[in-house]
Every structure is written in structure tokens, then in C-alpha cells.
Design a protein. Structure first.
Length: 131
């Protein structure tokens, strides 16, 4: 195989945006398992702001409640789920929601910065309180 000509200097790592209010769109939602083996959805969220074309996708995890969920985590997880669903206008019922309804939904909310263990700065959602 010969030399492949590519403009590799144009490749840039995505960047965290400054803290603030942003229009957001759910880019993708993948069902899977947490490190502990619990069912969950990993949601990738795109910042819809032309001022930041190289903005990193925001990761948000929706961890399900099951019979093994400790009581102190049960309420926290359910509240996080409901806040997320309301913030993105995702239809839900008293007893749950469909992950297929997540992709493409939009919302406007606060995004903050958070430094990871590796020193990389990431964006995280600040979910609004329930209406």
C-alpha cells in the first residue's frame, strides 16, 4: 500500500465549552451495562452552538433502578431520570420511558466544566429541578 495523502494537521481534539446555558440535542443513546454490571443508557449530547464547532459531545448516564439498587441510590437515580426526561421533553409514563424516544430530543440547560482524573476538562449537564 502506498502513501495516503491526508491533511492530518487539520485533526483537532474536541474541546469543552465555557460554562453557561446552551441549546442541546441528544445525538445518540446506547443501552448497555455499567462497570458494576447494572443496566444503563449512555447518552451523547451535542452542543448546538455555531460558536463552538469543535465542542466535545457531553456524556450522560441513565442508570436504571432494580431490586438490588440500595435505597439511598434509588431516589437519586429516579430523580435524575425524571429531570433528564423533562429537560429534553422526552415522553415518559409513570412507570418508565422508551430509550428509542431519546435520540433527536432537544433542550436548553446549564453546562458546567469538570476535570477528569486524567486532567482533561469535560462538560457535564446541570439538570434543572422538576417543574
Amino acid at each position: 500500500m502506498g502513501f495516503i495523502k491526508q491533511p492530518l494537521n487539520d485533526a483537532k481534539e474536541p474541546e469543552a465549552v465555557p460554562e453557561g446555558m446552551y441549546d442541546l440535542r441528544i445525538h445518540r443513546a446506547d443501552e448497555g451495562k455499567s462497570k458494576a454490571g447494572n443496566d444503563m443508557v449512555t447518552v451523547l449530547i451535542k452542543i448546538e452552538d455555531s460558536q463552538y464547532p469543535n465542542a466535545s459531545l457531553i456524556r450522560h448516564w441513565i442508570t436504571y433502578v432494580n431490586k438490588d439498587t440500595p435505597p439511598d441510590q434509588r431516589q437519586m437515580r429516579l430523580l435524575d431520570q425524571r429531570r433528564f426526561l423533562q429537560a429534553f421533553s422526552v415522553p415518559y409514563q409513570e412507570d418508565g420511558f422508551n430509550t428509542e424516544d431519546l435520540q433527536g430530543q432537544t433542550g436548553r440547560m446549564m453546562v458546567k466544566q469538570e476535570e477528569g482524573d486524567d486532567g482533561t476538562v469535560y462538560n457535564r449537564l446541570v439538570l434543572p429541578r422538576l417543574k
